[in-house]
Design a protein around this ligand. Structure first.
Ligand code: PGA
Length: 221
């Protein structure tokens, strides 16, 4: 059975009470599911990393934590930035290069590659997002998420076949072991992606915010 990643990208959503409610809902149902081959990674906003880390430990939840971004700089005078050493205090993974970072924060290729190298230097595993087959993938990336812009938050996912062809291409060209698909993944359509030979999991935005839908995605992946 291949390893599957199910990654929740909460984006800029949830307060602390909302996150705790979500965790409680998930905790009471997660043990009914078979998680043998599934690695679940929750990527909340920075403000919730500490709370969720404690909750995972206290309740021995089989989840890992990820951040949604990391500073392209080390520690120092960079107001508002959270650096890789700080993220590593809480998380093992970090999403880098999401198209929303490009669209709303004008993130450049140079910055994403700097983020990857600092993440790796601090033992964080980058989940590197690409939008196209031709996207440049920095050295040292082991998990790529293919997220076509037309599919993000639109309810209009790519097809499993297209995503699989792209995943195969990326794996061969860049020697990437794991390629995930992201964009309008639901409990209903997740298997059309995870059932493909070259797709190793999903990156889920909207579908991860509701605990019941997220559990459905895990169950059906
Ligand atoms: P979506 O977002 O599941 O809401 O389409 C996916 C993502 O942007 O990571």
């Amino acid at each position: 059975m291949k390893k599957l990643f199910v990654v929740a990208n909460w984006k800029s959503n949830k307060t602390k009470p909302e996150a705790i409610q979500w965790l409680q809902d998930v905790t009471s149902n997660i043990y009914h599911l078979s998680l043998d081959n599934k690695g679940i990674i929750i990527c909340p906003p920075f403000t919730l990393l500490a709370t969720i880390k404690s909750y995972i430990i206290d309740n021995t939840l089989p989840f890992k934590l990820g951040a949604q971004d990391v500073s392209p700089f080390t520690e120092g005078s960079y107001t508002g930035a959270v650096n890789a050493k700080q993220v590593k205090e809480f998380a093992d993974y970090v999403i880098i290069g999401h198209s929303e970072r490009q669209k709303h924060f004008h993130e450049t290729e140079e910055q994403t590659s700097q983020k990857v190298s600092l993440a790796r230097a601090h033992d964080l595993v980058p989940i590197f997002c690409i939008q196209r087959k031709e996207s440049v993938i920095p050295k040292g990336v082991t998990i790529v998420a293919y997220e076509p812009v037309f599919a993000i938050g639109t309810g209009n996912p790519d097809t499993g076949e297209n995503a699989d062809v792209l995943a195969h291409h990326v794996k061969v060209k860049n020697s990437i072991p794991f390629v995930l698909y992201g964009g309008s993944v639901t409990g209903e359509n997740v298997i059309t992606f995870t059932g493909m030979p070259n797709i190793d999991g999903v990156l889920v935005g909207t579908g991860s915010l509701d605990s019941k839908e997220f559990l459905r995605i895990i169950a059906n992946a």
